[in-house]
Design a protein around this ligand. Structure first.
Ligand SMILES: [Zn+2]
Length: 402
Protein backbone atom coordinates (compact mmCIF):
# COMPACT_ATOMS: atom_id res chain seq x y z
CA UNK A 1 0.00 0.00 0.00
CA UNK A 2 2.81 2.38 0.98
CA UNK A 3 4.65 1.59 -2.27
CA UNK A 4 1.44 2.26 -4.22
CA UNK A 5 0.99 5.65 -2.54
CA UNK A 6 4.59 6.67 -3.36
CA UNK A 7 4.04 5.63 -6.97
CA UNK A 8 0.81 7.67 -7.06
CA UNK A 9 2.67 10.71 -5.68
CA UNK A 10 5.40 10.38 -8.33
CA UNK A 11 2.80 10.10 -11.11
CA UNK A 12 1.01 13.18 -9.74
CA UNK A 13 4.28 15.15 -9.55
CA UNK A 14 5.31 14.26 -13.11
CA UNK A 15 1.84 15.13 -14.32
CA UNK A 16 2.04 18.59 -12.74
CA UNK A 17 5.46 19.39 -14.20
CA UNK A 18 5.31 22.44 -16.45
CA UNK A 19 6.71 22.45 -19.96
CA UNK A 20 10.18 24.04 -20.00
CA UNK A 21 10.00 27.81 -20.27
CA UNK A 22 11.03 29.17 -23.63
CA UNK A 23 12.14 32.66 -24.48
CA UNK A 24 9.69 33.79 -27.12
CA UNK A 25 11.07 37.29 -27.71
CA UNK A 26 14.86 37.53 -27.77
CA UNK A 27 16.96 40.67 -28.09
CA UNK A 28 20.68 40.12 -28.68
CA UNK A 29 22.59 43.41 -28.44
CA UNK A 30 26.24 43.51 -29.47
CA UNK A 31 28.24 46.58 -28.51
CA UNK A 32 31.11 46.36 -30.98
CA UNK A 33 34.34 47.03 -29.09
CA UNK A 34 32.54 47.40 -25.74
CA UNK A 35 34.71 46.03 -22.96
CA UNK A 36 34.24 46.59 -19.26
CA UNK A 37 36.23 49.87 -19.46
CA UNK A 38 33.85 51.29 -22.09
CA UNK A 39 30.86 50.48 -19.84
CA UNK A 40 32.62 51.78 -16.71
CA UNK A 41 33.64 55.03 -18.47
CA UNK A 42 30.01 55.66 -19.46
CA UNK A 43 28.86 54.94 -15.89
CA UNK A 44 31.48 57.25 -14.38
CA UNK A 45 30.66 59.97 -16.93
CA UNK A 46 26.98 59.76 -15.91
CA UNK A 47 27.88 59.88 -12.23
CA UNK A 48 30.15 62.89 -12.80
CA UNK A 49 27.35 64.66 -14.71
CA UNK A 50 25.22 64.23 -11.58
CA UNK A 51 27.98 65.77 -9.47
CA UNK A 52 28.99 62.47 -7.84
CA UNK A 53 32.16 60.44 -7.61
CA UNK A 54 31.06 56.91 -8.49
CA UNK A 55 29.46 54.76 -11.16
CA UNK A 56 25.79 55.21 -12.08
CA UNK A 57 24.72 51.82 -13.46
CA UNK A 58 23.44 51.66 -17.03
CA UNK A 59 20.16 49.80 -17.52
CA UNK A 60 21.96 46.72 -18.86
CA UNK A 61 24.90 46.76 -16.43
CA UNK A 62 22.22 46.38 -13.74
CA UNK A 63 20.89 43.16 -15.32
CA UNK A 64 20.73 40.29 -12.77
CA UNK A 65 22.94 37.91 -14.76
CA UNK A 66 26.58 38.71 -15.46
CA UNK A 67 29.05 36.57 -17.35
CA UNK A 68 32.21 36.94 -19.39
CA UNK A 69 33.29 35.57 -22.75
CA UNK A 70 36.74 34.91 -24.14
CA UNK A 71 36.99 36.35 -27.63
CA UNK A 72 40.12 34.87 -29.33
CA UNK A 73 39.71 33.71 -32.92
CA UNK A 74 40.90 30.51 -34.61
CA UNK A 75 44.02 32.36 -35.77
CA UNK A 76 44.74 35.14 -33.25
CA UNK A 77 44.66 35.96 -29.55
CA UNK A 78 43.10 39.24 -30.65
CA UNK A 79 40.02 38.75 -32.80
CA UNK A 80 38.70 40.97 -35.57
CA UNK A 81 34.98 41.72 -35.80
CA UNK A 82 34.29 39.19 -38.55
CA UNK A 83 35.83 36.24 -36.68
CA UNK A 84 34.10 37.36 -33.47
CA UNK A 85 30.78 37.86 -35.28
CA UNK A 86 31.12 34.40 -36.80
CA UNK A 87 31.66 32.87 -33.36
CA UNK A 88 28.66 34.73 -31.90
CA UNK A 89 26.42 33.86 -34.88
CA UNK A 90 27.46 30.27 -35.62
CA UNK A 91 29.28 28.89 -32.55
CA UNK A 92 32.45 28.21 -34.58
CA UNK A 93 35.74 30.10 -34.43
CA UNK A 94 37.35 31.19 -37.67
CA UNK A 95 40.39 33.01 -38.99
CA UNK A 96 40.58 36.80 -38.63
CA UNK A 97 39.16 38.44 -41.75
CA UNK A 98 36.78 35.58 -42.61
CA UNK A 99 33.01 35.82 -42.25
CA UNK A 100 30.55 32.97 -41.66
CA UNK A 101 32.97 30.32 -42.90
CA UNK A 102 35.40 27.88 -41.25
CA UNK A 103 39.17 28.58 -41.58
CA UNK A 104 39.11 26.33 -44.68
CA UNK A 105 36.22 28.39 -46.09
CA UNK A 106 33.34 25.93 -45.57
CA UNK A 107 30.10 27.91 -45.15
CA UNK A 108 28.62 27.93 -41.62
CA UNK A 109 24.93 28.24 -40.79
CA UNK A 110 24.11 31.16 -38.49
CA UNK A 111 21.55 30.64 -35.70
CA UNK A 112 19.30 33.21 -37.37
CA UNK A 113 18.51 30.59 -40.05
CA UNK A 114 17.78 27.92 -37.43
CA UNK A 115 15.58 30.31 -35.45
CA UNK A 116 13.71 31.32 -38.61
CA UNK A 117 13.17 27.63 -39.54
CA UNK A 118 11.74 27.05 -36.06
CA UNK A 119 8.96 29.54 -36.91
CA UNK A 120 10.18 32.72 -35.26
CA UNK A 121 10.49 36.02 -37.08
CA UNK A 122 14.08 37.23 -37.43
CA UNK A 123 15.63 40.70 -37.53
CA UNK A 124 19.23 41.85 -38.01
CA UNK A 125 20.25 45.46 -37.41
CA UNK A 126 23.26 47.70 -36.93
CA UNK A 127 24.16 51.35 -36.48
CA UNK A 128 26.78 50.87 -39.20
CA UNK A 129 26.16 49.41 -42.64
CA UNK A 130 24.35 46.09 -43.08
CA UNK A 131 27.26 44.56 -45.02
CA UNK A 132 29.66 45.16 -42.13
CA UNK A 133 31.24 42.26 -40.24
CA UNK A 134 28.89 41.91 -37.26
CA UNK A 135 25.50 42.09 -39.03
CA UNK A 136 27.02 40.19 -41.98
CA UNK A 137 27.97 37.26 -39.72
CA UNK A 138 24.27 36.74 -38.96
CA UNK A 139 23.26 36.18 -42.58
CA UNK A 140 26.25 35.83 -44.95
CA UNK A 141 29.22 33.63 -45.82
CA UNK A 142 32.34 35.20 -47.35
CA UNK A 143 36.00 34.20 -47.43
CA UNK A 144 36.82 37.87 -46.83
CA UNK A 145 34.89 40.38 -44.71
CA UNK A 146 35.91 43.01 -47.28
CA UNK A 147 33.78 41.41 -50.01
CA UNK A 148 31.06 43.92 -49.14
CA UNK A 149 29.05 43.49 -52.32
CA UNK A 150 29.12 39.66 -52.07
CA UNK A 151 27.94 39.93 -48.47
CA UNK A 152 25.16 42.41 -49.27
CA UNK A 153 23.79 40.34 -52.16
CA UNK A 154 23.14 37.48 -49.73
CA UNK A 155 20.79 39.64 -47.62
CA UNK A 156 17.74 39.38 -49.95
CA UNK A 157 18.20 35.60 -50.17
CA UNK A 158 17.78 35.09 -46.40
CA UNK A 159 14.01 35.56 -46.26
CA UNK A 160 14.54 37.15 -42.82
CA UNK A 161 11.77 39.54 -41.85
CA UNK A 162 13.56 42.74 -40.84
CA UNK A 163 16.86 44.47 -41.49
CA UNK A 164 17.77 47.92 -40.18
CA UNK A 165 20.94 49.96 -40.52
CA UNK A 166 22.87 52.72 -42.20
CA UNK A 167 23.08 51.37 -45.74
CA UNK A 168 25.70 49.52 -47.78
CA UNK A 169 29.39 50.24 -48.35
CA UNK A 170 29.34 49.10 -51.99
CA UNK A 171 25.65 49.41 -52.98
CA UNK A 172 26.48 49.26 -56.68
CA UNK A 173 29.31 46.76 -56.64
CA UNK A 174 32.63 47.40 -58.38
CA UNK A 175 31.79 46.03 -61.83
CA UNK A 176 29.41 47.65 -64.32
CA UNK A 177 27.32 44.49 -64.76
CA UNK A 178 26.56 44.22 -61.04
CA UNK A 179 22.98 44.98 -59.98
CA UNK A 180 22.35 47.54 -57.26
CA UNK A 181 21.91 45.87 -53.86
CA UNK A 182 18.69 47.80 -53.21
CA UNK A 183 17.27 46.54 -56.55
CA UNK A 184 18.07 42.95 -55.54
CA UNK A 185 16.38 43.54 -52.20
CA UNK A 186 13.19 44.86 -53.85
CA UNK A 187 13.20 42.06 -56.42
CA UNK A 188 13.19 39.59 -53.51
CA UNK A 189 9.93 41.10 -52.22
CA UNK A 190 11.29 43.41 -49.53
CA UNK A 191 10.10 46.97 -49.09
CA UNK A 192 12.75 49.54 -48.26
CA UNK A 193 11.94 52.40 -45.89
CA UNK A 194 14.34 55.36 -45.88
CA UNK A 195 14.23 56.85 -42.39
CA UNK A 196 11.59 56.76 -39.67
CA UNK A 197 9.08 59.07 -41.41
CA UNK A 198 9.07 56.73 -44.41
CA UNK A 199 8.75 53.73 -42.05
CA UNK A 200 5.66 55.24 -40.38
CA UNK A 201 3.95 55.83 -43.73
CA UNK A 202 4.73 52.35 -44.99
CA UNK A 203 1.87 50.24 -46.28
CA UNK A 204 1.82 46.69 -45.00
CA UNK A 205 4.61 44.39 -46.08
CA UNK A 206 5.96 41.00 -45.00
CA UNK A 207 9.63 41.87 -45.28
CA UNK A 208 11.29 45.17 -44.55
CA UNK A 209 14.70 46.83 -44.85
CA UNK A 210 14.96 50.11 -42.90
CA UNK A 211 17.82 52.37 -43.99
CA UNK A 212 18.67 55.94 -43.02
CA UNK A 213 17.25 58.53 -45.39
CA UNK A 214 20.41 60.57 -45.72
CA UNK A 215 23.97 59.33 -45.63
CA UNK A 216 26.07 62.21 -44.41
CA UNK A 217 28.79 60.36 -42.61
CA UNK A 218 31.63 58.24 -43.88
CA UNK A 219 31.05 54.61 -44.85
CA UNK A 220 27.25 54.83 -44.70
CA UNK A 221 26.93 54.43 -40.94
CA UNK A 222 24.41 56.23 -38.72
CA UNK A 223 26.04 59.40 -37.32
CA UNK A 224 27.74 59.11 -33.93
CA UNK A 225 25.52 60.22 -31.02
CA UNK A 226 27.90 63.15 -30.42
CA UNK A 227 27.40 64.34 -34.04
CA UNK A 228 23.66 63.68 -34.24
CA UNK A 229 21.34 66.26 -35.75
CA UNK A 230 17.58 66.62 -35.41
CA UNK A 231 15.84 63.92 -37.44
CA UNK A 232 18.79 61.49 -37.66
CA UNK A 233 17.75 57.87 -37.18
CA UNK A 234 19.04 56.40 -33.90
CA UNK A 235 19.74 52.90 -32.60
CA UNK A 236 16.65 53.21 -30.37
CA UNK A 237 14.58 54.11 -33.47
CA UNK A 238 15.76 50.92 -35.20
CA UNK A 239 14.84 48.78 -32.17
CA UNK A 240 11.39 50.43 -31.92
CA UNK A 241 10.74 49.84 -35.62
CA UNK A 242 11.99 46.24 -35.34
CA UNK A 243 9.61 45.51 -32.45
CA UNK A 244 6.69 47.10 -34.24
CA UNK A 245 7.46 45.05 -37.32
CA UNK A 246 8.45 41.72 -35.75
CA UNK A 247 5.97 41.30 -32.89
CA UNK A 248 3.79 38.25 -33.49
CA UNK A 249 2.27 35.33 -31.59
CA UNK A 250 5.08 32.86 -32.30
CA UNK A 251 7.89 35.21 -31.26
CA UNK A 252 11.01 36.82 -32.70
CA UNK A 253 14.79 37.14 -32.50
CA UNK A 254 16.53 40.48 -33.05
CA UNK A 255 20.30 40.89 -33.27
CA UNK A 256 21.01 44.60 -32.88
CA UNK A 257 24.55 45.92 -33.11
CA UNK A 258 25.89 49.19 -31.76
CA UNK A 259 28.73 49.31 -34.27
CA UNK A 260 30.42 52.61 -33.60
CA UNK A 261 31.67 52.17 -30.02
CA UNK A 262 34.39 50.25 -31.86
CA UNK A 263 35.03 53.00 -34.39
CA UNK A 264 35.33 55.66 -31.67
CA UNK A 265 37.77 53.46 -29.75
CA UNK A 266 39.87 52.78 -32.88
CA UNK A 267 40.21 56.59 -32.91
CA UNK A 268 41.00 56.63 -29.17
CA UNK A 269 38.14 59.10 -28.77
CA UNK A 270 36.86 58.71 -25.19
CA UNK A 271 33.90 61.10 -25.24
CA UNK A 272 32.55 59.71 -28.51
CA UNK A 273 32.86 56.15 -27.15
CA UNK A 274 31.06 57.13 -23.94
CA UNK A 275 28.15 58.74 -25.81
CA UNK A 276 27.87 55.70 -28.11
CA UNK A 277 27.69 53.40 -25.07
CA UNK A 278 24.98 55.63 -23.56
CA UNK A 279 23.19 55.41 -26.91
CA UNK A 280 23.22 51.61 -26.65
CA UNK A 281 21.71 52.07 -23.16
CA UNK A 282 18.85 54.03 -24.84
CA UNK A 283 18.30 51.25 -27.39
CA UNK A 284 18.27 48.59 -24.66
CA UNK A 285 15.68 50.73 -22.82
CA UNK A 286 13.26 50.18 -25.72
CA UNK A 287 13.72 46.40 -25.39
CA UNK A 288 13.26 46.61 -21.61
CA UNK A 289 9.98 48.46 -22.04
CA UNK A 290 8.84 45.63 -24.35
CA UNK A 291 10.00 43.10 -21.72
CA UNK A 292 7.84 44.80 -19.10
CA UNK A 293 4.80 43.97 -21.24
CA UNK A 294 5.96 40.36 -21.82
CA UNK A 295 7.89 39.55 -18.62
CA UNK A 296 7.49 35.77 -18.79
CA UNK A 297 8.59 35.43 -22.41
CA UNK A 298 11.37 37.95 -23.08
CA UNK A 299 15.14 37.47 -22.92
CA UNK A 300 17.59 40.36 -23.37
CA UNK A 301 21.33 39.73 -23.79
CA UNK A 302 23.90 42.53 -24.09
CA UNK A 303 27.50 41.69 -24.88
CA UNK A 304 30.43 42.66 -27.10
CA UNK A 305 32.46 40.99 -29.81
CA UNK A 306 35.77 42.21 -28.32
CA UNK A 307 37.31 45.23 -26.63
CA UNK A 308 38.79 48.06 -28.73
CA UNK A 309 41.57 50.50 -27.89
CA UNK A 310 42.78 48.99 -24.61
CA UNK A 311 40.73 51.72 -22.97
CA UNK A 312 41.53 52.41 -19.32
CA UNK A 313 40.16 54.54 -16.52
CA UNK A 314 43.51 56.05 -15.62
CA UNK A 315 46.59 57.31 -17.42
CA UNK A 316 50.13 58.24 -16.54
CA UNK A 317 50.61 57.49 -12.83
CA UNK A 318 47.53 59.40 -11.68
CA UNK A 319 44.91 58.32 -9.18
CA UNK A 320 42.09 60.47 -10.44
CA UNK A 321 39.81 61.06 -13.42
CA UNK A 322 38.61 64.43 -14.69
CA UNK A 323 35.47 63.81 -16.74
CA UNK A 324 34.66 67.56 -16.80
CA UNK A 325 37.52 67.89 -19.27
CA UNK A 326 35.40 66.09 -21.87
CA UNK A 327 32.85 68.92 -21.94
CA UNK A 328 34.80 71.02 -24.42
CA UNK A 329 34.63 68.28 -27.09
CA UNK A 330 31.51 68.89 -29.21
CA UNK A 331 32.10 66.53 -32.17
CA UNK A 332 33.77 63.20 -32.86
CA UNK A 333 37.42 63.14 -33.86
CA UNK A 334 36.41 61.32 -37.06
CA UNK A 335 34.00 64.02 -38.21
CA UNK A 336 36.40 66.82 -37.27
CA UNK A 337 39.15 65.18 -39.34
CA UNK A 338 36.71 64.57 -42.19
CA UNK A 339 35.74 68.23 -42.20
CA UNK A 340 39.39 69.20 -42.63
CA UNK A 341 40.30 70.06 -39.05
CA UNK A 342 43.91 68.82 -39.11
CA UNK A 343 44.47 69.65 -35.44
CA UNK A 344 41.49 67.49 -34.32
CA UNK A 345 43.69 64.44 -33.71
CA UNK A 346 46.02 66.26 -31.32
CA UNK A 347 43.16 68.07 -29.57
CA UNK A 348 41.25 64.83 -28.86
CA UNK A 349 44.44 63.13 -27.60
CA UNK A 350 44.97 66.10 -25.30
CA UNK A 351 41.38 66.04 -24.00
CA UNK A 352 41.66 62.30 -23.24
CA UNK A 353 44.98 62.92 -21.50
CA UNK A 354 43.50 65.65 -19.32
CA UNK A 355 40.46 63.49 -18.48
CA UNK A 356 42.93 60.63 -17.73
CA UNK A 357 41.31 58.19 -20.14
CA UNK A 358 44.09 55.83 -21.20
CA UNK A 359 44.59 53.91 -24.44
CA UNK A 360 47.10 51.20 -25.32
CA UNK A 361 46.32 50.56 -29.00
CA UNK A 362 44.39 51.80 -32.01
CA UNK A 363 43.30 48.20 -32.68
CA UNK A 364 41.42 45.58 -30.63
CA UNK A 365 42.61 43.82 -27.46
CA UNK A 366 42.33 40.20 -26.33
CA UNK A 367 40.71 40.77 -22.93
CA UNK A 368 37.41 38.91 -22.24
CA UNK A 369 34.26 41.02 -22.47
CA UNK A 370 31.14 41.12 -20.28
CA UNK A 371 27.77 39.47 -20.97
CA UNK A 372 24.68 40.95 -19.30
CA UNK A 373 21.35 39.10 -19.39
CA UNK A 374 17.81 39.48 -18.02
CA UNK A 375 14.54 37.65 -18.44
CA UNK A 376 13.50 34.16 -19.49
CA UNK A 377 16.35 31.62 -19.26
CA UNK A 378 18.86 34.43 -18.65
CA UNK A 379 20.62 32.25 -16.04
CA UNK A 380 22.14 30.31 -18.96
CA UNK A 381 24.50 33.26 -19.53
CA UNK A 382 26.09 33.23 -16.07
CA UNK A 383 29.80 32.81 -15.40
CA UNK A 384 32.83 32.25 -17.57
CA UNK A 385 32.06 31.37 -21.17
CA UNK A 386 33.60 31.48 -24.63
CA UNK A 387 32.06 33.51 -27.45
CA UNK A 388 31.16 30.24 -29.24
CA UNK A 389 28.90 29.28 -26.29
CA UNK A 390 26.57 32.24 -26.81
CA UNK A 391 24.64 31.12 -29.95
CA UNK A 392 24.22 27.62 -28.46
CA UNK A 393 22.74 29.12 -25.31
CA UNK A 394 20.45 31.42 -27.31
CA UNK A 395 19.06 28.38 -29.15
CA UNK A 396 18.67 26.51 -25.86
CA UNK A 397 16.83 29.47 -24.35
CA UNK A 398 14.43 29.56 -27.34
CA UNK A 399 13.94 25.80 -27.61
CA UNK A 400 15.57 25.75 -31.04
CA UNK A 401 17.84 22.87 -32.13
CA UNK A 402 21.41 24.13 -32.51
ZN1 LIG B 1 37.15 47.17 -34.76
Amino acid sequence: MKRFLILLAIVALVGCQEAPRQAKYVFFFIGDGMGLAQVAAAEAYLSNSNGDLGFDALNFSRFPVLGTITTYSASNWITCSSAAGTALATGTKTTNGMLGVTPDTVALKAITYKIKEAGYKVGVSSTVTLDHATPGAFYANAASRNDYYTIATQLPETGFDFFGGGGFILPEGRRKDQVRVTDLIEQAGYKIAYGMDDFRQLSSTDKLVLLQDETRDFMGALPYAIDRREGDMTHADIVSAAIEFLENEKGFFLMSESGRIDWACHSNDGKTSILETLDLHQAVQVAMEFAQKHPEETLIIVTADHETGGMALGWESQYNMYFDQLEEQKASKDILLQSGDDKAGEIVVEINRRARIGWTTSAHTGIPVPVYAMGTNSELFMGRMDNTDIPKKICEAMGVDF
